[in-house]
Design a protein around this ligand. Structure first.
Ligand SMILES: *[C@@H]1O[C@H](CO)[C@@H](O)[C@H](O)[C@H]1NC(C)=O
Ligand SMILES: *[C@@H]1O[C@H](CO)[C@@H](O)[C@H](O)[C@H]1NC(C)=O
Ligand SMILES: *[C@@H]1O[C@H](CO)[C@@H](O)[C@H](O)[C@H]1NC(C)=O
Ligand SMILES: *[C@@H]1O[C@H](CO)[C@@H](O)[C@H](O)[C@H]1NC(C)=O
Ligand SMILES: *[C@@H]1O[C@H](CO)[C@@H](O)[C@H](O)[C@H]1NC(C)=O
Length: 945
């Protein structure tokens, strides 16, 4: 009787368990299919183990697969459609695997995917026409494959897309618009070069709402005119339209694009006069060569573009004398105006650019060369009348022998012995199998190939990037810079493993995904790149067995049985995991508060309080001591027996975090000691309570004070000091804290002011230390506060210190305007830029400045402050200064204003209160997000493996 009841009940329980875990099982089934497809590869995923815990390259959340990152993993055999089952997948990067096959349309079921990165995977076929279903995509990189067919119009639906790279494929057809590329108003990058795209560039492709930074359409079959709407896209930094069949006049408003650094319009059939580029003062690199322009006079802008390094106007029908001033543009390196009608006398000014390397004026009509000083740089005048007269006696009248390409290699080593087959000597003379590949820099600011200083800076950057945190990297080398047919700068990179012959699949993944995901960000001189890795044969001793195939087919026949068994095992395993998790969450159970044993947190200066103690200091957590509340719980004010005021953040029951996380957090917070950072005094982990005890900062938040409610008046000098203090606090977190900390939520709510108005950075509730394996970035979910959030971080979800720099730039703007970052739906950066006019006094910012800041001559240095804040909010992280540069510049401004940067305001000059009627008792911790202690700390894991 009883068993009759129990049996159905038992089945019912199994049924419920199965349906709860159905989607988890789908994930598992899909992973098994991937495993089956990639069975013959170095991946050693083990059936019996938990894919979420033990499988290389797989990351899960709540037992659902959220990331697959397997770059350079030696995968072959294609991408099976089963991947469409992984409906929680957010991140897929399989770059640098010789996968082959087509891109399955099943991929379009992954609606949560934010990053789809399949660079250099040897994929064929078309891009799925409904790729637009991937509504969350921010990064779509399908470059360097063999895709054919057209760019699907549905890409227009990807309205979160920031990075679109389809370059180096065999795509045909026209650029899709309406629907299509024109709808991607969040996009910063269209990299569509090296395809077979044809048709006109539609005028509707561009509009003034776009935020496009890089427009790369080079080496296609595009025809028709360059649309004048291009002149509306003010954000453009790089334009490559070269090597197409574009015709007609260059639109006259092209010189509206005052932010463009590199522009290539060469090798088209453009007509009309040479365009007027007056005003394009940011231009470094300009190539207009090989077009069919009408005879044009040497344009005036030749001597007025102040940043020019490279001027290429081969074969452009130019007439007239070259102005001497052209050659004294300070950074000029390379001038190629060969095959034109340049006449008269050549005058290279007395003071030519010190960086000048190469001047080519072959095939012109120059009759005279006035050499005001001994000119030593290379100059080619072959086939000019002047050479007919003076002949070969003039050294400028012979074609120079080809310069041997530089054999640059950094570092150079002097290793004695050599290595065996397939092994390469590292700069440290160890024989190993390096990760190897090439950078393709698509639009450098410079044109020199031989200036080694430039490559040294790249080497130094890469070295610090790869060696700063990754102990598995021994050394790296950079060599053989060359220019390819597209004028891309190609440089070889080798990265050597530490203490062994070759990298394992995890290590190779972190090195190569930093390149596929553009986490490696060389300085702006190098501009945008694609990195192509060579196939890495994972370690000797990686056995390939044929038995896999046999076993595979047997298993294939029994899939159903196996699945049921797996489901059962999986449920059991989950239970085991849960039990383990419970154990792990109570690590303090064995704490000996007196210190000593291993479980105790490593605390520097923070002390442990009992519940009774804190209860006493706060009058039993009375209502009157409550000074703030939020989702996480309350904040109380209290005082220690010695009179020191404290602020206690008390997690509400139910919002406490795991013991390990709590321990990790207090260890982290207790290591932070700086005048401009709010200090942790202690914590309480007692009677099921979790509390953090901070110093109490009397004057509250900068936000409140700027709002005027507190009655404290901040003049310009005070604001400057506050900015410097807060900047120093952040610089400390970035550069000196151990481990370094990215704040992730810098805003005026999180900057507190003490009784002397010294700024203190608060709230590490969202901070995350830079952990070892993540190199210099951390990929996590987007956190932060609207208005302060770095757009690049938002798009790429990669947190760097530069995200804090962005937020700090917003704080600086808020400091002078006292406006919320988003005010009536408009962003403060836009608002400031809109009224800003650099030619007017105070940049014409009167109407947006906070009236209480002062006026006129009191505001010395304000322009420079605004310049700095706008640099901090540059679109691209690598264009922003570091916090230490910000500190330096603020110190300079302080000095300009006549303040000593190290002077703290003395108490007598501090808080002056006005408006007696105002409520001074407004407590500073009223804001919910202040000290927001989220309770769970999923992104704070110091012990990631
Ligand atoms: C995991 O998923 C939960 C719920 O979907 C989400 O709130 C949390 O932020 C996720 N954690 C991570 C680390 O992505
Ligand atoms: C120049 O750019 C500005 C800003 O986008 C735009 O308003 C203006 O119309 C452009 N001028 C021309 C001639 O295209
Ligand atoms: C070139 O453009 C500038 C600024 O738009 C203008 O002042 C100048 O007159 C133009 N020059 C010629 C030769 O058209
Ligand atoms: C211009 O065309 C010539 C002849 O085809 C070619 O050799 C040269 O490299 C081209 N110049 C540029 C800058 O592309
Ligand atoms: C090489 O480049 C650096 C940095 O751009 C520059 O300062 C230096 O003058 C260059 N050297 C030569 C020889 O042009």
């Amino acid at each position: 009787m009883i068993s009759e009841i129990i049996q159905p009940l038992f089945l019912l329980i199994i049924f419920i368990q199965l349906s709860i875990t159905t989607s988890q099982n789908n994930d598992r089934v899909a992973l098994l299919a991937l495993k089956q497809t990639w069975k013959d590869t170095p991946l050693k995923w083990n059936d019996g183990s938990d894919p979420c815990g033990d499988w290389v390259g797989i990351t899960c959340n709540n037992s659902r697969v959220t990331q697959i990152v397997l770059t350079s993993a030696g995968l072959t055999g294609g991408l099976p459609g089963d991947i469409g089952q992984l409906t929680e997948l957010e991140y897929l990067d399989l770059s640098y695997n010789d996968l082959g096959g087509t891109l399955t349309t099943e991929i379009t079921k992954l609606v949560k995917l934010t990053n789809l990165i399949l660079i250099g995977c040897n994929l064929i076929g078309t891009i799925p026409s409904n790729i637009g279903n991937l509504a969350s995509l921010t990064d779509l990189s399908l470059n360097n494959n063999r895709f054919t067919g057209t760019i699907p119009a549905s890409v227009g639906k990807l309205n979160n897309l920031y990075w679109l790279d389809l370059s180096v494929n065999q795509l045909t057809g026209s650029l899709p618009v309406s629907p299509g590329l024109d709808m991607l108003t969040s996009a910063g990058h269209f990299h569509l070069g090296d395809n077979k795209l044809s048709g006109d560039i539609p005028p509707s492709l561009f509009n003034s709402d776009m935020k496009l930074i890089h427009l790369l359409l080079d080496n296609n079959h595009l025809t028709g005119k360059i649309p004048s709407t291009l002149g509306l896209v003010q954000s453009l930094d790089t334009i490559r339209l070269d090597r197409n069949s574009l015709s007609g006049d260059v639109p006259s408003n092209i010189n509206n694009l005052t932010n463009v650094h590199e522009m290539y319009l060469s090798n088209n059939i453009l007509t009309g006069l040479v365009p007027n580029l007056t005003g394009m003062e940011a231009l470094y690199y300009l190539d207009l060569s090989n077009n069919t322009f009408a005879q044009s006079n040497v344009p005036l802008w030749f001597s007025t573009l102040p940043s020019l390094t490279t001027l290429k106007m081969q074969n452009t029908n130019l007439v007239g004398e070259l102005p001497a001033a052209l050659f004294s543009i300070p950074q000029l390196q390379n001038v190629d105006i060969s095959n034109n009608l340049i006449n008269g006398s050549l005058d290279i000014s007395a003071n030519p650019s010190k960086q000048l390397e190469h001047v080519n004026l072959q095939n012109n009509l120059i009759t005279d060369f006035r050499q005001r000083s001994q000119y030593t740089t290379e100059l080619i005048l072959v086939n000019n009348p002047i050479c007919a007269e003076s002949g070969a006696s003039n050294r400028f009248c012979v074609v120079p022998t080809d310069v041997t390409p530089t054999s640059y290699m950094s570092p150079r080593s002097n290793c004695k012995s050599s290595c065996g087959a397939h092994l390469i000597q590292s700069p440290n003379c160890r024989c190993a199998y390096p990760f190897t590949g090439h950078f393709f820099f698509k639009a450098t600011a410079f044109s020199s190939v031989n200036n080694e200083t430039i490559y040294d800076s790249l080497y130094d950057y890469l070295k610090s990037f790869f060696q700063a945190d990754a102990s598995f990297v021994d050394s790296l080398s950079l060599s053989n810079p060359t220019r390819d047919l597209n004028n891309y700068l190609v440089i070889k990179l080798e990265v050597f493993p530490n203490g062994k012959k070759s990298f394992d699949v995890n290590e190779i993944g972190s090195v190569s995904s930093a390149l596929s995901q553009q986490t490696v960000k060389p300085n702006n001189d190098f501009n945008t790149y694609t990195f192509i890795a060579e196939i890495y044969i994972l370690g000797p001793g990686v056995a390939k067995s044929n038995t896999g195939i046999i076993i595979g087919s047997i298993v294939g026949g029994c899939v159903l049985v196996v699945l049921l068994v797996i489901a059962g095992l999986y449920a059991l395993r989950q239970k085991g995991r849960a039990e383990r998790a419970v154990q792990q969450s109570q690590p303090f159970a064995h704490w000996d508060p007196a210190g000593g044993t291993g479980g105790v947190p490593q605390l520097k200066g923070a002390r442990s309080f009992t519940f009774e103690e804190l209860s006493k200091y706060t009058g039993k957590f009375s209502e009157t001591s409550e000074i703030g509340a939020g989702g996480y719980g309350n904040v109380y004010k209290g005082s220690l027996p010695n009179g020191q005021l404290i602020a206690i953040k008390r997690a509400r029951t139910g919002s406490t975090q795991g013991g390990l996380e709590f321990k990790t957090e207090i260890e982290l917070l207790s290591r932070v000691h700086h005048k401009n950072v709010v200090g942790l005094i202690g914590f309480c982990f007692d009677q099921d309570e979790q509390m953090l005890v901070y110093e109490y900062i009397v004057n509250g938040t900068l936000k409140d004070i700027l709002s005027g409610r507190s009655g404290i008046r901040l003049d310009w000098m005070r604001r400057l000091k506050i900015a410097l203090g807060a900047a120093r606090g952040l610089q400390y977190l970035h550069d000196l804290a151990d481990p370094p900390i990215i704040h992730r939520d810098v805003k005026t709510n999180n900057i507190l002011l003490d009784q002397r108005l010294v700024a203190k950075v608060a709230d590490f509730g969202l901070s995350k230390p830079l952990s070892d394996d993540n190199m210099s970035h951390v990929t996590t979910q987007v956190k932060g506060t609207l208005g302060y959030m770095d757009p690049e971080y938002y798009m790429t979800q990669q947190v760097t210190e530069k995200s804090d720099v962005y937020s700090f730039g917003i704080v600086m703007l808020e400091l002078i305007t006292a406006r919320n970052p988003i005010h009536k739906g408009r962003h403060i950066v836009r608002e400031v830029k809109q009224v800003m006019n650099k030619n007017k006094e105070l940049y014409n910012l009167h109407e947006v400045l906070d009236p209480t800041i002062g006026s006129g001559s009191q505001l010395k240095g304000l322009e420079r402050f605004v310049d700095l804040s706008l640099k901090c909010v540059e679109e691209r992280g690598n264009q922003r200064p570091s916090m230490s540069e910000v500190v330096k510049e603020l110190e300079v401004i302080m000095t300009m204003v006549g303040l000593s940067p190290d002077n703290e305001p003395s108490p007598s000059t501090s808080a002056t209160y006005e408006g007696a009627g105002k409520n001074n008792s407004d407590h500073p911790y009223s804001n919910e997000t202040l000290f927001a202690y989220s309770g769970s700390f999923p992104h704070l894991k110091l012990d990631q493996k």
